[in-house]
Design a protein around this ligand. Structure first.
Ligand code: SF4
Length: 414
């Protein structure tokens, strides 16, 4: 591919704004870690962040750090370090790269932000097993290592219908965290503050949803690869005004692109659904490759995972229990299949690409016959590529690109 073609990734103007708010977020966290105040909670990506914020914690997300390790390709230096202390190369490579980096005392934050020497030390670790068991094992490692309490919510997984019993149990577990969190933070729980923060998360999630839905337009204004980057504030800053303001800016820009028919891919010919984790170390290379193929990857389960439709400040505990339980990753095959079918229709998708991520079975939905069933029901072709979120030893670029090219030829012949 020529350099000229590589430059064809269109810049999102809001990216500068995003970099600024992400830098502010990490510097604030770093300051708090150095000064010992406010307290810092580490939280899994779909853990009870709003509760933590309402109690005055700054919230840090190890999975976001895992994604940074992947996108900077530093993960490859650290995974073997975690393997050497008994954490298998077959388990979550966010976990292994993050723990490996911690053991080596290194972080991409130091390269990105001058003056930050390490990840902010936690005062408490909080997980929800809604996404997988690895998050519990991950934070438990830090709990043993740093002698910091790990608290958690256990969510039933692989479920079809969400029952009242299950929601009541989760609501009770969320409330059960409060006394310990009050003690660690030194603050008293305030229901009005909790409602306010949940309201901000609700606004953030609704704006993020609108951002993603701009891709219903033809041509689609933003690629999946850019969305994975612009999802950052929805992950780490939900529950703040900052995130709400950011998505207003991004949405306006994308709506402008829709009006001007300014697509992320020039002369968009095909529209692809990405099912599974991003391959963080290959985002740019894949984005350029799809542009060359005049194919827009425009919708994904991954980016939709930060839409929490059920947040309701009027009923904060129960709505939070529901929002964090009804997400795709918690559900059974039938639910997931129907969900993807709806997405394919909504975004007028021509083909579905499954990423089988070696170390993340929870996000590899090709393993129980779903591609075949979707092909039959939707008459839309599917392709599975093998890879991983962070461990690039599991990914053959040459093979993946050959398969993608053949897949696009198949779409052309249709
Ligand atoms: S869902 Fe996958 S990527 Fe995320 S923490 Fe669990 S195993 Fe890791």
């Amino acid at each position: 591919m020529s350099e000229e073609k590589k430059a064809a990734i269109k810049k999102i103007q809001a990216a500068g704004h995003m970099r600024k708010i992400m830098a502010d977020y990490f510097y604030e966290m770093d300051r708090a870690a150095k000064e010992g105040s406010p307290k810092i909670a580490w939280c899994t990506s779909v853990g009870p962040a709003e509760l933590l914020l309402s109690l005055g914690f700054l919230v840090y997300y190890p999975e976001n750090h895992g994604a940074m390790l992947g996108s900077t390709r530093q993960a490859m230096d650290y995974i073997p370090v975690a393997n050497s202390v008994g954490y298998s190369p077959d388990i979550c490579s966010y976990l292994t790269s993050d723990i490996g980096a911690f053991i080596k005392g290194e972080t991409p934050l130091s390269r990105a932000y001058e003056g930050i020497e390490g990840v902010p030390k936690p005062d408490v670790l909080v997980y929800n097993t809604n996404q997988c068991r690895d998050v519990q094992d991950w934070l438990s490692w830090y709990s043993r290592e740093l002698k910091v309490p790990a608290l958690g919510i256990t969510t039933y997984r692989n479920i079809s219908r969400i029952t009242d019993d299950s929601l009541l149990s989760i609501e009770k577990q969320i409330k059960g965290l409060i006394p310990t969190l009050e003690e660690i933070s030194g603050n008293t729980f305030d229901i009005d503050k909790f409602r306010h923060i949940l309201g901000l998360s609700c606004d953030c999630t609704q704006l993020w949803k609108k951002v993603l839905e701009t891709n219903m337009a033809k041509p689609a204004p933003i690629s999946f690869f850019d969305e994975t980057i612009h999802m950052g504030p929805a992950v780490v800053l939900r529950g703040t005004e900052t995130a709400v303001e950011y998505y207003k800016v991004l949405l306006k820009e994308l709506e402008g692109r829709v009006t001007n028919k300014d697509g992320a891919v020039e002369d968009e010919k095909f529209r692809i659904y990405w099912e599974g984790m991003p391959i963080w170390g290959k985002l740019r290379s894949l984005a350029e490759f799809f542009i060359e193929l005049k194919t827009a990857v425009i919708a994904s389960t991954y980016c939709n995972s930060w839409i929490f439709d059920s947040f309701d400040p009027k009923d904060p505990f129960m709505s939070m229990a529901r929002a964090y339980t009804e997400i795709f990753i918690v559900r059974d095959e039938n639910f997931k299949e129907k969900y993807i079918e709806d997405m394919v229709r909504k975004y007028d998708i021509n083909g579905i690409l499954f990423h089988d991520a070696k170390t993340c079975p929870a996000n590899s939905n090709n393993r129980y016959g779903m591609p075949q069933r979707l092909e039959k029901n939707l008459k839309v072709p599917t392709l599975t590529i093998n890879g991983d979120l962070n461990d690039l030893r599991c990914y053959s670029e040459e093979q993946a690109k050959t398969n993608i090219e053949a897949f696009i030829e198949q779409l052309e012949s249709k």
